[in-house]
Design a binder for this molecule. Structure first.
Ligand SMILES: [Zn+2]
Length: 51
């Protein structure tokens, strides 16, 4: 899986859970965001602006 913001590969845990977070856009579509981008953009609103 890839980060929706930077396009980098997102690692998954042994349970196939991505190490990152999901943000929902106004259409209700989920986007995967990696840890680095989470640190860079503090709020979900900020993340959505950069999708
Ligand atoms: Zn990223």
């Amino acid at each position: 899986m890839k980060c929706s913001i930077c396009g980098n590969k997102v690692e998954v845990t042994f349970l196939s859970k991505p190490i990152g977070t999901y943000v929902k856009d106004h259409k209700g579509k989920r986007h995967l965001v990696c840890n680095q981008c989470q640190k860079k953009f503090k709020s979900k609103q900020e993340m959505l602006k950069h999708l």
